[in-house]
Design a binder for this molecule. Structure first.
Ligand code: GDD
Ligand code: MN
Length: 367
């Protein structure tokens, strides 16, 4: 049986249509189901409306005394769920309820976690301005950067539309903050098979979004808490130390080659960068990403090395350009090298972390 939670806060204008379409979608999936509306004391009569529909549709309301947050609403709903598959969908029709059919089918075919995704082929956002698209993609990328071993493999880890086998959540100790329950689920649930099902995020026709500044702040806090809770934070500390050592090697070797050995800067820097990359690679392999196994090189290290170098190429090119320009404009060698290495490092941090960490992708959950 599938239990689908529908969190609501003042959604009286749409809830009836949502419930009817969700019920139809689950019925057409051929699955036994229940809908659970978790309402946070909506003042517009959302809960009462749901109760009048309970005669026609297998739905019940869980009332909470005040606005307590989307993520905990989902958890409280799941806590009362009778099904062995748990789902969640927004009440405001921005998630097309029809997608529930495909999610149920994915679970039926063996997925442990089926995610409605905007960022796989066939998915998308309807009339979003490019600013909004950018914010959404940046927030998604940020999650993948903070938790690269867990979240980088998922296209839309911020989705609020998904289904999961309840067994995958046993002993998972979910402790979410704010809006993004799925981040918590991906980071902590025990699943093997993850499937992303495309859907197009619709415009809100009725009612108002409940997302505000507070929710954005909570999101950042939530990411930090997850980094600490999953041990990923310490991976970051190790990674940072290795990167710092690499930066020092880059600058010191460059200055040495140029000043002591009279190399041309443009010849010295690629050598310095390459030595720094090799150092980063060796230390990452031995310390940062050793995982549960004893540290040290594992099979396939040459392949990983090439991959790593390839991914770091744009950052290295940026490093080279900045350093050379700096020297060209009369800057001191050391400052030039430092500016270059910081630019390359920041570039990697901003856009490349998920790809770099995926070099050691053996650590990713199997999906
Ligand atoms: N019970 C309860 N308590 N429900 C809430 C609360 C709350 O504090 N806050 C919001 N909701 C309900 C809304 O009534 C709606 O059904 C759903 O949660 C989503 O809220 P919206 O305010 O419409 O969210 P959104 O459209 O900005 O964001 C949605 O899309 C994201 C994709 O970017 C959410 O579904 C996210 O989960 C999703 O990731
Ligand atoms: Mn919405």
């Amino acid at each position: 049986m599938i239990s689908v939670i529908i969190p609501t806060f003042n959604e009286a204008a749409v809830i009836e249509e949502t419930l009817r379409r969700a019920a139809a979608a689950l019925r057409s999936a051929g699955e036994d189901f229940e809908l659970v509306v978790v309402d946070d004391a909506s003042a517009d009569g959302t809960a009462e409306r749901v109760e009048t529909l309970a005669l026609e549709i297998p739905v019940r309301v869980l009332r909470r005394p005040g606005r307590m947050g989307l993520a905990t609403a989902v958890l409280d709903g799941w806590a009362t769920a009778r099904g062995d598959v748990w789902g969640v969908i927004d009440a405001d029709l921005q998630h097309p309820p029809e997608t529930l059919t495909a999610l149920a089918a994915a679970i039926h075919q063996g997925a442990d976690l089926a995610i409605g995704s905007r960022y796989v082929p066939g998915g998308g956002t309807s009339r979003w301005t490019w600013v909004r698209r950018f914010i959404s993609l940046a927030a998604t990328h940020m999650a993948a950067t903070v938790l690269p071993l867990k979240l980088a493999a998922v296209g839309d880890p911020m989705s609020g539309l998904f289904m999961i086998r309840s067994s995958a959540l046993q002993d998972a100790h979910l402790n979410p903050l704010g809006y993004k329950i799925l981040l918590e689920v991906i980071a902590k649930a025990h699943y093997k098979n993850l499937v992303e099902v495309p859907y197009v995020f619709q415009e809100r026709e009725r009612g108002a979004s409940k997302l505000g500044t507070r929710q954005y702040a909570e999101y950042l806090q939530h990411l930090m808490r997850l980094a600490l809770g999953t041990g990923q934070f310490w991976g970051w500390v190790r990674y940072g130390m290795v990167a710092l050592a690499g930066a020092l090697i880059d600058v010191a070797l460059f200055a040495n080659l140029v000043e002591k050995w009279a190399w041309a800067p443009v010849a010295a820097l690629p050598v310095a960068i390459e030595v720094a990359l090799l150092s980063n690679y060796v230390w990452s392999e031995m310390i940062t990403f050793h995982g549960d196994e004893a540290s040290g090189f594992r099979r396939g290290y040459l392949k990983r090395l090439f991959r790593y170098e390839w991914i770091c190429l744009p950052g290295a090119a940026l490093n080279l350009s900045v350093t050379m320009l700096w020297i060209l404009f009369g800057g001191h060698l050391l400052f030039a090298a430092a500016a270059g290495v910081i630019s390359g490092g920041l570039f990697n941090l901003a856009v490349n972390i998920p790809a770099i960490w995926r070099t050691w992708g053996r650590q990713l959950p199997e999906h």
